[in-house]
Design a protein. Structure first.
Length: 173
């Protein structure tokens, strides 16, 4: 199984992209629209001042917890647990990888905003008409990325708890 195939087709009954683009994305869109309406600065300024540095923190957080999850995934307890998951072992690994993909996409999108590409209507004649839509999508992408990063933390913690429970049940120390 390759990641691209998992992302589009999935394992265990649903495509991997549905981990992020599901009914919860409506909440991300709502948050994106509200933030766009409430933040009184152009997207270029918001990207360079606040959101790109915040994305750096998200990367650090996700890689730290992702490393913890990777170590847990290499234990026999979690390997055995994954045999009972409809998506198998790949489902665990690729779910963490999808959070990193969300971060990278968000970084690229906000990087373009920070460079002023979106705030320059001379490049895109339709710039001012779609500016609220693009702004909403950018902020909703940030919300989605926060959700994905939190999912890495929760996923790693759940694996840690599952490993402890399995060890207790099997009598291992």
């Amino acid at each position: 199984m390759q990641y691209g195939r998992w992302l589009l087709r999935g394992t265990g009954g649903k495509p991997g992209y549905r981990r992020l683009l599901n009914f919860k994305y409506l909440g991300d869109l709502t948050i994106g629209a509200l933030v766009f309406l409430l933040v009184p600065m152009p997207l270029q300024e918001a990207g360079g001042t606040v959101l790109l540095p915040l994305a750096g923190l998200l990367i650090g957080l996700s890689f730290a917890w992702g490393g913890n999850a990777q170590a847990l995934l290499q234990t026999s307890e979690i390997e055995n647990l994954s045999k009972h998951h409809p998506g198998g072992f790949e489902e665990y690994v690729y779910t963490f990888q999808t959070a990193i993909l969300a971060i990278l996409i968000t970084l690229c999108a906000w990087g373009l905003a920070a460079l002023g590409v979106i705030d320059r209507p001379s490049i895109f004649e339709w710039g001012y008409r779609l500016y609220p839509v693009v702004g909403t999508l950018l902020y909703s992408l940030m919300s989605l990325t926060l959700r994905a990063c939190w999912g890495v933390v929760v996923g790693a913690q759940n694996l840690l708890i599952a490993r402890k429970v399995i060890r207790q049940e099997t009598g291992d120390k």
